[in-house]
Design a protein around this ligand. Structure first.
Ligand code: GLN
Length: 573
């Protein structure tokens, strides 16, 4: 059951046609304070009905509606929308799907339109405004009337904001500041004939149907993408749709979530126990705090020191967790020797990951025995987040393979544990907000991400204890310097990479050195999907380089990585 149903809050459903921006639509709704969830476009009607949405958004997608392979909503969907007067917003492919299903026409156009366009909103005449206002219906499924509609445009709003758009444009555009406003397009097909009952309410120079509406039925279609930041006032448009047109009440927040989720966890877990592998990272820390608050001593955390953690990380994480989550039961297991033994002579990155993953499972299992943890009939906590869930449920077309994510893949099956994923409905920023809500310190909540295999994937070539120690020292200096300079919080991820087989000549204290080179990397990113190399101030770079070369025996050369993602990735391996 969706968390929103338990929280008794309004929700918006996003049907996914495979757009690379579908998750952004979900995010925008939630940022506005309304819970939203993604489902495949061809989800059966019972599941759609059971979700009881206040409104539905149809995403974009890479297909063309008239193609044989093209994805469509199930036929019953259109009856359902009609019967329940469900407000609908189609975005790009979503608009085309709506037009196609409701008997309009969509055709390929000669030229693909990609990039910015100026959207000009039309003024509605008195008759159209009346029609629009009369359509004051709420989705019958909820049985709750929608929020009162502003029957006439609010003149004060315009007064308050002299640059705001005319009050005579459609409600979907109210609160927007510019007319025309800049929107972002990415399409090759276009609507060539509107479905009956639809009319254009905004146009661009190249698209007479840039925004269309069925005023009586409260169905809308946009040829552009309001969910991307390139559309200047896109969020306001989505806000108007979900708050004004769907009448959803914005009550999604982490305080409500924490409360409901803890209740739900208590019910689900009962008298059983939950084990969790903690790493000190944001997700596992917040999940542990939630569990500890919900079930107290029935939660047990284990931190495996693989020898590939950062400087003093094992003990520090334990101390931090105990301090921020008073009473938390957590043990640190030293498995460093096992990991270095298993990784001896291995240089292939994929092999490293596999060995580490497998050995992690073994060590965790062994630890539960040694610590006499109650495994029988228990649960294993996993820090799965909503982007992982989206990845596995989103519509990818017939040829796509579905990837499943597990933080500690293999464990539950082996130990016969049931998986518990209390964060699976949340985005990273929501996890952080939840962490703050649970009283976890800012420094834990805003930590940079650290990969599961740890320093292993930053030691290119063979991993030995010596090389891990060298990298650990360099990494520690780097992080220390960017914390001191105030750059840490502006950076998404920062680390040092130890280069393999590259040795270079240097002079230190009048004698020749022939030592290793390392590369420092820092990226600025908001979502980790794309990233730019961080424009680090020269003086900070200078201090990092000089301290690493002076303080770390074994490194005599420091480089700075100036590659963006794409085409590079954030980590090197
Ligand atoms: N494939 C459709 C087109 O090219 C829809 C594109 C989209 O949804 N971004 O028009």
């Amino acid at each position: 059951m969706a968390i929103a149903e338990e929280m008794h809050i309004d929700r918006i459903l996003i049907l996914d046609f495979g757009s690379q921006y579908s998750h952004l639509i979900v995010r925008r709704c939630r940022e506005i304070g309304v819970y939203a969830e993604l489902m495949r476009c061809d989800t059966n009607i019972d599941d759609i009905r059971n979700f009881s949405a206040k409104g539905i958004i149809l995403s974009g997608g890479p297909y063309s509606v008239y193609e044989e392979e093209a994805p469509h909503c199930v036929p019953a969907f259109w009856q359902y929308v009609d019967q329940t007067h469900m407000p609908l917003l189609g975005i790009c492919y979503g608009l085309q799907e709506m037009t196609y299903a409701l008997k309009g026409k969509v055709s390929a156009s000669a030229k693909r339109e990609y990039g910015h366009a100026e959207l000009m909103m039309k003024e509605l005449n008195a008759e159209e405004r009346k029609l629009d206002n009369q359509a004051n219906h709420s989705p019958a499924v909820n049985g709750v009337p929608t929020a009162p509609r502003d029957s006439e445009p609010d003149p004060n709003q315009v007064h308050d904001n002299p640059t705001a758009v005319s009050p005579n444009v459609h409600r979907l555009f109210q609160g927007l500041v510019h007319n025309p406003t800049r929107v972002w397009m990415s399409h090759g097909d276009k609507v060539t004939q509107l479905a009956p009952g639809f009319q254009a309410i905004a146009v661009t120079p190249s698209s007479e149907y840039a925004c269309v509406a069925h005023l009586e039925k409260q169905m809308f279609g946009l040829q552009f993408h309001p969910e991307v930041t390139h559309t200047d006032e896109g969020t306001q448009l989505i806000r108007n749709f979900i708050l004004k047109i769907c009448g959803a009440v914005p009550s999604w927040n982490m305080k409500n979530f924490a409360h409901t989720e803890m209740e739900r966890l208590r019910r689900q877990i009962g008298e059983r126990h939950v084990l969790g592998a903690l790493s000190g990272g944001v997700d596992s820390t917040v999940a542990a705090a939630l569990l500890h608050k919900a079930i107290g001593h029935k939660f047990h955390g284990v931190l495996i020191d693989t020898g590939l953690l950062r400087m003093h990380e094992g003990p520090e994480v334990i101390q931090r967790l105990k301090q921020h989550i008073p009473g938390l039961q957590v043990d640190c297991i030293d498995a460093t020797q096992e990991f270095f033994d298993a990784l001896k002579g291995v240089t292939d990155p994929e092999k490293k990951r596999k060995i580490i993953g497998g050995l992690f499972i073994e060590c965790f299992e062994k630890a539960t025995k040694e610590l006499h943890l109650p495994v029988e009939g228990g649960f294993l906590l996993q820090g799965t987040l909503y982007p992982d869930v989206i990845e596995s449920i989103s519509f990818k077309g017939p040829s796509a393979t579905i990837k499943t994510h597990h933080n500690v893949g293999g464990l539950p099956a082996k130990m016969k544990l049931q998986v518990l994923e209390p964060l699976r409905e949340l985005f990273k920023d929501e996890v952080r907000a939840l962490g703050m809500e649970l009283g976890i310190d800012r420094s834990s909540v805003w930590r940079h991400p650290f990969p599961g295999p740890g320093l292993a994937i930053r030691i290119l070539g063979e991993i030995t204890r010596e090389r891990a120690d060298i990298l650990r020292q360099a990494d520690d200096i780097f992080l220390d310097e960017i914390r001191k300079s105030g750059d840490y919080d502006k950076i998404g991820q920062a680390f040092v990479v130890l280069l393999p087989d590259v040795k270079s000549v240097g002079v230190m204290g009048d004698s020749r050195t022939y030592e290793m080179a390392c590369c420092i990397r820092a990226v600025a990113t908001s979502d980790f999907m794309t990233a730019d190399w961080y424009h680090m101030p020269y003086d900070v770079l200078a201090r990092c380089s000089s301290r690493i070369i002076n303080e770390v025996t074994g490194i005599n050369r420091v480089c700075y990585d100036i590659s963006s993602k794409p085409p590079a990735t954030i980590e090197w391996e």
